[in-house]
Design a protein around this ligand. Sequence first.
Ligand SMILES: [Zn+2]
Length: 684
Amino acid sequence: MENPLIPKWTGPHGGVPPFDKVKVASFKPALEAAMAECLAEMDRIANDPAPPTFANTIEAMEKGGRMLDRVGNIYGVWSSTMRNAAFQEVEREMEPKLAAFRDEVVQNEKLFRRIAAVYGAREKSGLDAEQKRLTWLKYQDFARSGAKLDAVAKKKLSDINQRLATLYTQFSQNVLADENTALILDSETELAGLPQSLRDAAAQAAKERDQPGKWAILNTRSSVEPFLTYSQRRDLRKRVWEAFVSRGDNGNERDNKKIIAEIVKLRGERAKLLGYASHAHWRLEMSMAKTPERATQLMEAVWRPAVKRVAEEVADMQAVADKEGAGIRIEPWDYRYYAEKVRKAKYDVDDNEVMPYLQLENLREAMFWVAGELLDLHFAPVKDVPVYHPDVRVWEVKDGAGRHVALFYFDPYARADKSSGAWMNAYRNQERFDGEVTTIVSNNSNFVKGKPGEPILVSWDDAVTLFHEFGHALHGISSSVRYPSLSGTNVDRDYVEFPSQLLEHWLATPEVLNKYARHCKTGASIPQSLVKKIERASKFNKGFENVEYLSSALVDMRMHLAPDKASDITEFERGTLSALGMPKEMVMRHRLPHFGHLFSSDSYSAGYYSYLWADTLSADAFEAFTEAGGAYDKGVARKLREYVFSTGNSVDPAEGYRAFRGRDAGIEALMRRRGFAPPLHRQQ
Ligand SMILES: [Zn+2]
């Protein structure tokens, strides 16, 4: 019987992933066959008797590896959303093999000599701009991954990469296991303060855990944060908070601290081997920031006013607690609870009042509407496409001329074996090189299902995240380039967050709120007075948000600049935070023992700063709209599509931004958006 993962995708819309046929047992043989095929393809290119040209080398490589793309993408979907025990076993076996395979391609000397030859001749061989950029990136990718090393160093590098792959898998499987735990509450009194929607969700979650009649607070962000915001039970807030911040840090068999220490040490060794001062220097070389120093400078410019703001926020909260006669000092498990009280007191708005207007399905419709207004993309549901779980739904995306563009898969609900958080995933990248293909992207999140048939209400923050991930999806869908390697979101991570963070701004536009923020019971649209209050409160709690994020980003960068200091993870985290002047009422958004951005792969390592970097662009870019008269200005939207959403990695991101805005982005818009004073002296 043929392995369902291997053949070209068939079915409607130019072929779709055969999710309905996938069995966990199919992954290993399919990955092995696909790696073997890819290695054979690369060998064929390397041994081509014809002299190296762009067509017979770079383009031939773009044509190759297609089976591995297909298999690898479905493997990735299982890894993030269907990661049961059987699949985890496959990962543990296959991840080091995949790492070894990637090194084998990079270390193919004949292949690299051909790439280097095409790269050397790129200016005089009649290539267009996109082809030149592809050649440059391909050369950099190989050179930076060790293609120039001698045989001994190559072997050492490959050993390091395989060991790292094993450690990343262990790390993320440990976090998943800790997030699969829950605090079970037995009595109604333990729910004091929780709004009905949270009670329903907790009851549903308990039922799914075979504890009917009880309530389960899952150890994931989307369950923990609302609990910490509303629960009047300080003792339970503390327990929920402690379980959440201790993921991967419980001294048991799932503890991640030793794993992290080894990861950081190996990354340091690898960077040295590749000729870089540190892992951070290696990772940032191809980014917009270019150097750890430039990234750090930006972080520090925002860190100082953010810490100052936290002190003001804590003073406000302490005053509320004192007035209540609570007899407490504000502790980390009190922050969200009292912040909510201050917000209510200062701005007369609380999330509880806003949430009934934020229904998941209406917000999804709102995102689709924004995509139509900004990018002329139009969504219609389809039923003829297989999915990997009954919760997943699919839409076809067409352009204004009715031309089929893409498929959008939406997997919104939390379940066991699914990673927490929210993310976008590309199942198939846009390209024009090997024929027109249907771009396929997905959005994934972890909303807790409420009572069957009742609308799912989400917090303002979760609504922002929904728009954020949809921004990534639109970045993938809008792509219009020739080569798949340059397509869509295949850009550096400090640029990839720009389109997504930009799209967040449209949630708060009156057009969206008036039309889509409708009350779950009455259907009435959100009152203007409440919209005004939300606007006024938009700079509220920025101290907390920025310190929570920046402490994580600064610890990440310092750790990857000085791996020698990070052998004891607990001590490194404590010492770095104390040196930074971390307010004692707060913790990092992601403590090191569960910081998946850094340790489940290389991707955001020494790169958590990227969100801030990209936000300098998104804050500045949104002002282009407001300056032109509004968030739906057609002229600015056209430029946005042309220079940002459609270009993928086919142009240098700094140049693309300049073409859109007419200048570089400064830090001023970023500071304005946070309600911080801009620095007196411009940063160099
Ligand atoms: Zn993002």
